[in-house]
Design a protein around this ligand. Structure first.
Ligand code: ATP
Length: 415
């Protein structure tokens, strides 16, 4: 090509594949003449780097082949104790990793395997190359959740993969907002192992809960649901104290395991992530409070509504609203939620405390709904706050067995 330098046709991906064949993320830092670190995330930025490098080398060195190597750096990461509150054991000195203190990769001559590059746009120790995907756990509006094994530590985790078309700057913002999760350490909040972007997909790695989410259990008896409700109230309270709003309280975002633990997942810790998902995927959330559906703002009182509605559904075993024509029309359903009086738990089947708790949470006027502190003091929560995880564990275990037996029976009958 006339007059164009050779490197003008290089793609950053192609170059990085040659230098570090196993890296799937190709961003890095280099130092300019003033010693400032410059990040390279696009082909244009890489070309600028090469131009600057060539301009700064003297001609004799260039023609004699005695060029100083062009050094690039994986982006600095936090110390492992700050990142690794869940105690993942990872071989940090793998033969493929760039040794600490080694400035990095040199073009052409000193080919070095640098799997660490995968951590560039990431928080945590996890990279895709370390994961063995076992099965799909479920798919929601936008993402797919996998059960995967983190090979270096043997840990089984849930990996949620969401395709998002966003700029590298927004990716960076999401990753830094997710770092807050390292500070959260509550037994009622899903454990966070790390997150990373590959191309246009974010993967979020969290603790795996072998009971899955509450939406698959149908009706849950009050004795069990009451204990679950305590965990959810405490989890929400914990988030609210950190000034984090969940933004998506519903049965599919409440997870259980066979040890009787109940944890919240998918909360809006990264406002940028919530915004990017909302921009990319249009969905109807029937758990939204009436004021939110009408576009009148969002507060912790809106989460109290969603929680009350989730409890009501899990207690009766079906979503308590119907569209006026009994169709599945989303608009009809949302209209009913905004216009009609809220559903109530039926008398005579549930305790008075439970009926009152749901009724308070589902008041249509958000200003008179209880605040998080009041929820913790409500007699229904106080009564169920006995730390009895065995009752949840036994129920989840028995239900999972039933589900498994039903699956086997179904598979045998259709074989
Ligand atoms: N940490 C986890 N452990 C075990 N199962 C999980 C975990 N996280 C999610 N799941 C399962 O994966 C399913 C899909 O989750 P996902 O968050 O993609 O969708 P959703 O919450 O059902 O819907 P939406 O995306 O519309 O909010 C969940 O319903 C749950 O059963």
């Amino acid at each position: 090509m006339d007059g164009e330098p050779l490197y003008s046709h290089l793609s950053r991906g192609a170059v990085m594949t040659r230098v570090v064949p196993h890296a799937s993320i190709s961003a890095f830092d280099y130092e300019d003449e003033d010693g400032d670190k410059i990040t390279v995330r696009s082909d244009d930025e890489m070309k600028t780097m090469i131009v600057n490098y060539l301009n700064s080398t003297n001609e004799i060195a260039a023609t004699s082949g005695n060029l100083q190597p062009l050094v690039i750096f994986p982006r600095a990461s936090k110390s492992s104790d700050k990142r690794n509150i869940h105690g993942l054991k990872v071989k940090t000195k793998s033969p493929n990793a760039v040794p600490a203190g080694d400035p990095g990769i040199v073009h052409g001559s000193r080919k070095q395997q640098a799997s660490d590059l995968q951590e560039i746009l990431a928080c945590g120790h996890i990279s895709d190359a370390h994961l063995h995907y076992i099965e799909i756990l479920g798919s929601g509006n936008g993402g797919t959740v996998y059960r995967a094994q983190h090979r270096p530590s043997g840990t089984i985790m849930a990996v949620k993969v969401i395709p998002l078309d966003i700029t590298p700057e927004i990716q960076q913002q999401i990753i830094s907002e997710l770092e807050v999760l390292y500070k959260s350490n509550s037994p009622m909040i899903i454990g966070f192992y790390g997150a990373y972007f590959i191309e246009n997909r974010i993967s979020i790695c969290t603790e795996f809960m072998d009971g899955g989410s509450l939406d698959k259990y149908g009706q849950i008896p009050e004795t069990v649901l009451g204990r679950m409700a305590v965990a959810v109230v405490k989890g929400l309270h914990y988030l609210w104290n950190l000034k984090i709003m969940h933004r998506d309280v519903k049965p599919s975002n409440i997870l259980v395991n066979t040890q009787g633990h109940v944890k919240l997942c998918d909360f809006g810790v990264s406002v940028q992530l919530v915004t990017s998902i909302a921009r990319t995927y249009v969905g109807t959330n029937v758990y939204m409070a009436p004021e939110r559906l009408e576009g009148n703002g969002y507060s912790i009182h809106s989460e109290v509504w969603s929680f009350g509605l989730s409890l009501c559904e899990l207690a009766v075993g079906r979503f308590p609203y119907k569209a006026p024509d009994h169709s599945n029309s989303a608009i009809g359903l949302l209209n009913t939620i905004v216009k009609e009086p809220p559903p109530r738990l039926p008398d005579g089947i549930f305790s008075e405390g439970f009926i009152d708790f749901v009724a308070l949470c589902m008041q249509k006027d958000p200003t008179i709904r209880p605040a998080p502190r009041d929820l913790l003091q409500h007699p229904f929560i106080v009564k169920n706050d006995d730390g009895n995880t065995e009752i949840i564990a036994a129920w989840v275990g028995a239900k999972l067995q039933q589900i498994q037996l039903r699956r086997i029976a179904h598979a045998t009958s259709s074989a």
